[in-house]
Design a protein around this ligand. Structure first.
Ligand code: C5P
Length: 320
């Protein structure tokens, strides 16, 4: 019989004397990404439908001696491509939070990467959202959801959604969120590419491609919202769109082969995720996702494949 010694909790708290908080944050795929004209501030007005999926980064915020400042460590596949200095978005999140609440920004941030790096799935934004939530808890700040949202929007267009998760419509730069009425669970296969794409260069490329025409203001797809509202995966697959796809394909033409391979294997829909180069394939159900993953893997058109489901919740404290 298993007995629990009353001495154990005291022992555990002595061993675990360094205070740390772990926050888990999901990746996103854009079900629609409609890109308007370039504004004077260097950003484009967007209408996008964010969908959080079950690929996660863990952000561990750990107490350090007073005056040590912010440090960043990264673990996981391709973590060598993640900056560890103060140009890391998670470090900037910690600094911004500390400045807003008038506390010292002393913390070590360990980023455990499960989200593809530079893949168009908002991994860097997820880390920033995770750092906000983890540091607020570590430093004992009573930050409201609205306050965290405002700080997140200052850090990047995708950061607020990483806090909220679920399925949501994003407007403005992508940071003005409204929850979307979405039924059902969706099963996805993501094909990861060799190397990444830089988001600003993909936006620059779309401006070049469209320089010969007048660009209309973006609008929400009624077909997509109807598919989501009725939980119809087949209709959702048909309604997936991404205005950045042409730009990502022009910078990485090999992605066309990946998209074709997924379509050939029977995906309900196939798109580049965000600014790419990850490609997203919608499956009918979990079993179909497994078949798709096997076929895509065998096609030899991508580095690796991962499966995920959505929607899932946003940044959440998993241990404290
Ligand atoms: O907001 P974030 O830092 O993620 O944006 C990265 C880059 O993506 C911007 O510097 C800009 O070039 C481009 N971008 C844009 N319009 C948006 C969002 C991002 O042009 N709405």
């Amino acid at each position: 019989m298993l007995t629990i010694s009353p001495a154990l909790p005291r022992l555990a708290s002595r061993v675990d004397a360094v205070h740390k908080v772990t926050v888990r944050v999901p990746a996103k795929v854009n079900l629609q990404l409609a890109v308007g004209p370039l504004n004077d501030d260097g950003f484009h007005d967007l209408v996008t439908v964010f969908h959080a999926v079950s690929l996660y980064d863990d952000v561990v915020a750990q107490e350090v001696p007073k005056g040590d400042g912010v440090s960043v460590h990264v673990e996981g596949a391709h973590s060598e491509n993640v900056p560890v200095g103060l140009d890391n978005l998670a470090a900037r999140a910690a600094e911004l939070l500390a400045e807003s609440f008038n506390v010292m920004p002393d913390v070590n941030l360990l980023l455990r990467k499960g989200i593809p790096v530079a893949g168009g799935m908002a991994g860097g934004s997820a880390d920033a959202a995770g750092a906000l939530v983890a540091c607020a808890s570590l430093w004992g700040l009573s930050a409201s959801k609205d306050e965290l949202h405002d700080l997140a929007a200052q850090l990047g267009s995708d950061v607020p959604f990483a806090l909220h998760g679920g399925t949501a419509v994003g407007r403005g730069r992508g940071d003005e969120l409204t929850p979307a009425l979405a039924r059902g669970e969706y099963h996805w296969v993501f094909a990861l590419s060799h190397g990444g794409l830089s988001t600003p260069s993909v936006y620059r490329r779309i401006d070049e491609i469209r320089s010969d025409r007048k660009i209309a203001e973006p609008s929400l797809s009624a077909d997509l919202m109807h598919a989501l509202g009725s939980g119809d995966a087949e209709a959702l697959g048909r309604a997936l769109t991404n205005d950045l796809q042409a730009a990502a394909l022009s910078l990485k033409p090999g992605l066309r082969l990946t998209l074709d391979a997924g379509q050939h294997a029977g995906a309900l829909g196939a798109i580049v995720s965000g600014s790419g180069p990850t490609c997203a394939f919608l499956a009918r159900d979990e079993e179909h996702a497994l078949d798709l993953a096997v076929d895509l893997s065998a096609s030899g058109t991508c580095r690796t494949v991962v499966r995920a489901h959505g929607p899932v919740g946003g940044a959440k404290i998993v241990s404290n």
